[in-house]
Design a protein around this ligand. Sequence first.
Ligand SMILES: Nc1nc2c(ncn2[C@@H]2O[C@H](COP(=O)(O)OP(=O)(O)OP(=O)(O)O)[C@@H](O)[C@H]2O)c(=O)[nH]1
Ligand SMILES: [Mg+2]
Length: 239
Amino acid sequence: MAGDKYTVLLPTYNEKDNLPIIVWLLCKYFDESGYVYEIIVIDDGSPDGTLEVAKKLQDIYGEEKIVLRPRAKKLGLGTAYIHGIKHATGNFVFIMDADLSHHPKFIPDFIKKQKEGDFDVVSGTRYRGDGGVYGWDLKRKIISRGANYVTQILLRPGASDLTGSFRLYRKEVLQKLVESCVSKGYVFQMEMIIRARQFNYTIGEVPISFVDRVYGESKLGGAEIVGFVKGLLYLFATT
Ligand SMILES: Nc1nc2c(ncn2[C@@H]2O[C@H](COP(=O)(O)OP(=O)(O)OP(=O)(O)O)[C@@H](O)[C@H]2O)c(=O)[nH]1
Ligand SMILES: [Mg+2]
């Protein structure tokens, strides 16, 4: 549809090295394909000075393209999305990580897929077609595969990648999903897609390659995994 606008929500916590690259790539792929867009950076008081970097980027690309909606401290991803949506002026919203795990080159694929089936949600998938994972050790691959596999069996969600977080939503759909999700942490992305199915939203999928974060430390540890299993059982019991 002419008149579509895409808002990218970029939550950041200590991403000062990644942010300039992801913003540059986003602008490149959006500009090349001619779509109207804005990028909302939601920085949670990163001690590494991510916000200062974001301000410089805003000077370079302009205030219509780069919107800053920082918060004073680290309040988590779920609420970062809620906070970001409030300021989104697009009728479609992308959510993606700012750590270069999600490559902006897939943005046009998401948009094409959305238009193809008039989908409510388009989910990037590492587990279909040309999708894949790069740079993870065996342990992390097994955890991710395992989490997806067990969830497929328990919840039959109708999407192949449940824990991924590179997705395109209609704005009002994202709003409704984020408000109805109760979980925090690693399980949150899975709950989003489970609820999407519960509300009978249509879901399209696009194969993506996922690359382990380039700069910065990974936070996946035992506590995340325990949290995931708890969240999964909760969803199994309640949906
Ligand atoms: N605003 C905000 N952003 C966050 C918060 N936690 C993580 N992020 C950002 O959310 C995105 C995903 O977080 P990651 O830390 O990459 O999570 P992950 O991919 O599961 O784990 P890694 O292995 O560390 O990459 C990144 O862009 C982070 O900078 C938070 O509390 N607030
Ligand atoms: Mg990451």
